[in-house]
Design a protein around this ligand. Structure first.
Ligand code: FAD
Ligand code: DLZ
Ligand code: SF4
Length: 508
C-alpha cells in the first residue's frame, strides 16, 4: 500500500498525487500541524480557511472512496511537523512508498528531500502541473535572456493557452490594455454586493479551534468570510464574473476609504490553495467577454494578472531560490515599524490598509504595493522582515508568490529583476488614487512642515540616498531632474525632515 501526502495548498481534485494513486488500495493523509501554522504568525483567518478547506477536501475524498487519514490540529500531540505525522503513520502501518506533489516553498521542499533516508521508504515527488508554465519551461524561457520582462512571458502564455487570441493574434489588436485601467473611484458605479457563505459544523469547529490556539497571531476572526469548499470557491468565481469583472480593470488601482475590496476578485486564496485552477478562472473571464458581459480592458487585465504575473513570479521564485530570499540590493537595515503589527498610525492611508489587513486577511494589490509596500521601500526596511510580514498577514500568502512580489516588486531588493525601476511614490500618487488624504492628520500638499505627509520627504530622501544606483536609469531621469531643479534650501529642508522621520518611524 502506498501513502499519499496532501499539503494544505494542494486541495485540487486534479492533483498529480491523486492521479498517481489508486483509491481502492492506497491511503491518503492530510495533517494540520503546529509548524506549518506558525512558522510565521499566520493571520487566524488564513489558518481557519486552510484547516476548514482541508477538512472539507478530506470529506470529499472519502465520499469518492478514498481511505483518508486526517490529523487534526492538537497542540498537545507529540507530532507538530508534517514529518512527525508521516513518520508516526509509517511506524504504525506498512507503506511501501510515499507519494506527493512538489510543494510551493523552498523551505519545505528542501526538507522533503531528506525524507527518503529518514523514513526508510522511497518518496516520489510529482511536478505540480496546476500551473500554466512548468518550472523547467520557465527556466528554458529565462535562459539566455538579459532581461526577464513579464510582458514577453505573458504574451507567450497567451499564445500557449489561446486565451484572448483569435487566429494567432491578440483580440482587440493589442496585448495589453493597461492604459485604460488607472481610474480612481468617485462613488460610481455602485460597488458589488457582498457574497456571504452559509457556515457548517466544520467551519464552526475550525473557527473555534483557531480562536482558541492562534488568537495571539495578528488579525481578527470576527469577519471570517472566506469560502472553504470547492463549491463556495466556484460561487466566488461566479460572483466575481457577474458583479466585479465588468469594472475590475477600470478601477483596479483605485483605493477608497472604508471600502476594502472594490471590484477585485478575492480569488487568490482559492487559487493558491487549489480550490480553483488558474485556467478555469481565466476561461470564465474570457467567456464573459465573448458573451458581451465584461469589457476587454478588464478581462485582459485580469487574465494578465493570472497567466502573466502569477505564473511569472512563481517562475522567478524557483529560478532564483534559495539565494533570492537573502537579497538586499539597497542595503536596508531598518527594523519593521511597530504599526505594521498593531495598525496604529496617524498616516491614514497606512492605517486603512492595516485595518483591512487585520479585519479581512486581505488588502488589494495597490494597497500592498503603493501604500504599505511603498512606505517600507522609502523607509529602507530590511527585506527579510517586511517579507515575513506579508507572508503572515494575507489569506493568499505563500512564499512562492509573496517573496518575489515583496522582495522584488516592492523592495527592489533583487536589484531590478522584477522591475526596471522601483515603485517609489510620494503622497501625491496616493492622493490621486484614493480619498485617504482627506481623512489624514498629515498634509499631502507639503513636505517640510511638522505635519507634512511623511511619504513626501521620505520619497526624496530615498531618491537622494540611492542616487548613485538610480540616476543613470533612463526611467528615472525626470525624477532626478526635478530634484536638481528644486530650490537648494527647500531640498535641504525636505531631506532633513526625511532624516528626522527615519530616526523615529514608530512615532508616525
Ligand atoms: P485581483 O486584484 O482580483 O487579481 C486577480 C488575480 O490575479 C489574483 O487573485 C492573483 O491570483 C493574481 N495576481 C494579481 N497580481 C498578482 C501578482 N502581483 N502576483 C501574483 N499573482 C497576482 N498574491 C498572492 O496570491 N499571494 C501573496 O502572498 C501575495 N503577496 C503580495 C505581496 C505584495 C507586497 C504585493 C505588492 C502583492 C502580493 N500579491 C500576492 C499579489 C496581489 O496583491 C494579490 O494576488 C491580490 O491582491 C489578491 O487579491 P485578489 O484575489 O482580489 O486579486
Ligand atoms: C499555510 C499552511 C498552514 C497555515 N497550515 C498547514 C497545515 O497545517 N498543514 C499543511 O499541510 N499545510 C499547511 N499550510 C500550507 C503549507 O504551509 C504549504 O503546503 C507549504 O507552505 C508548501 O507550499
Ligand atoms: Fe497617506 Fe500622506 Fe495622504 Fe496621509 S497625507 S493619507 S500619509 S499619503
Amino acid at each position: 500500500m502506498k501513502l499519499g501526502l496532501i499539503l494544505g495548498d494542494q486541495l485540487s481534485a486534479t492533483l498529480p498525487t491523486l492521479r498517481a494513486l489508486d483509491r481502492r488500495h492506497d491511503c491518503l493523509i492530510l495533517a494540520e500541524v503546529g509548524t506549518e501554522a506558525s512558522y510565521v504568525p499566520h493571520h487566524p483567518q488564513k489558518i481557519a480557511l486552510l484547516f476548514s478547506a482541508m477538512r472539507h477536501f478530506a470529506e470529499d475524498l472519502r465520499q469518492q472512496g478514498w481511505q483518508v487519514i486526517y490529523h487534526a490540529y492538537d497542540p498537545d500531540a507529540p507530532q507538530q511537523t508534517l514529518f512527525d505525522v508521516v513518520r508516526q503513520l509509517c511506524d504504525q502501518r506498512h507503506f511501501s512508498e510515499l507519494h506527493l506533489t512538489e510543494c510551493g516553498e523552498y523551505r519545505l521542499m528542501t526538507e522533503l528531500r531528506t525524507w527518503p533516508t529518514r523514513l526508510g521508504i522511497p518518496v516520489r515527488i510529482y511536478a505540480d502541473d496546476r500551473f500554466v508554465c512548468s518550472i523547467p519551461e520557465f527556466r528554458q524561457w529565462a535562459s539566455g535572456r538579459q532581461q526577464l520582462r513579464m510582458e514577453y512571458f505573458y504574451r507567450d502564455m497567451r499564445r500557449k493557452t489561446g486565451l484572448l487570441i483569435d487566429k494567432g493574434q491578440p483580440v482587440g489588436g493589442q496585448w495589453n490594455f493597461d492604459s485604460d485601467n488607472r481610474q480612481s473611484w468617485r462613488g460610481e458605479p455602485a460597488l458589488p454586493p457582498q457574497l456571504t457563505f452559509v457556515r457548517d459544523d466544520i467551519d464552526r469547529t475550525v473557527v473555534a479551534l483557531v480562536q482558541r490556539h492562534f488568537a495571539h497571531h495578528p488579525g481578527s476572526l470576527a469577519q471570517f468570510r472566506w469560502g472553504t469548499t470547492r463549491e463556495q470557491a466556484l460561487s466566488a468565481l461566479s460572483h466575481f464574473i457577474e458583479y466585479r469583472l465588468p469594472w475590475f480593470g477600470t478601477y483596479q488601482d483605485a483605493m477608497v476609504n472604508g471600502e476594502d475590496t472594490l471590484f477585485h476578485s478575492l480569488l487568490a486564496p482559492y487559487l493558491n490553495c487549489g480550490l480553483l485552477s488558474p485556467l478555469e478562472v481565466c476561461r470564465a473571464a474570457e467567456q464573459a467577454w465573448r458573451d458581451g458581459r465584461a469589457p476587454l480592458n478588464g478581462v485582459e487585465g485580469f487574465i494578465r494578472q493570472i497567466i502573466g504575473w502569477r505564473e511569472y513570479v512563481r517562475g522567478i521564485y524557483w529560478l532564483k531560490m534559495p539565494g533570492y530570499a537573502q537579497e538586499n540590493a539597497l542595503g536596508n537595515t531598518r527594523p519593521l515599524p511597530r504599526f505594521y503589527w498593531d495598525g496604529d498610525t496617524r498616516m491614514h492611508c497606512m492605517a486603512e490598509c492595516f485595518r483591512t489587513t487585520f479585519d479581512n486577511a486581505y488588502a488589494h494589490h495597490i494597497q500592498r504595493l503603493m501604500v504599505t509596500g511603498n512606505f517600507a521601500l522609502l523607509a529602507g526596511i530590511t527585506p527579510e522582515v517586511i517579507c515575513e510580514w506579508y507572508l503572515a498577514v494575507y489569506a493568499d500568502a505563500y512564499d512562492w508568490v509573496e517573496l518575489p512580489n515583496t522582495l522584488g516588486m516592492v523592495m527592489h531588493a533583487d536589484g531590478g529583476v522584477l522591475g526596471s525601476k522601483p515603485y517609489a511614490a510620494s503622497g501625491n500618487y496616493i492622493h490621486k488614487m484614493s480619498d485617504y488624504c482627506g481623512h489624514c492628520h498629515y498634509n499631502v500638499k507639503t513636505a517640510t512642515e511638522s505635519d507634512s505627509c511623511p511619504f513626501n520627504s521620505l520619497y526624496w530622501h530615498f531618491m537622494a540616498r540611492h542616487r548613485e544606483r538610480f540616476a543613470s536609469n533612463p526611467r528615472m531621469t525626470m525624477t532626478y531632474r526635478s530634484f536638481d531643479r528644486m530650490n537648494p534650501g527647500k531640498r535641504e529642508q525636505i531631506l532633513r525632515r526625511g532624516e528626522q522621520l527615519l530616526q523615529d518611524l514608530d512615532a508616525l
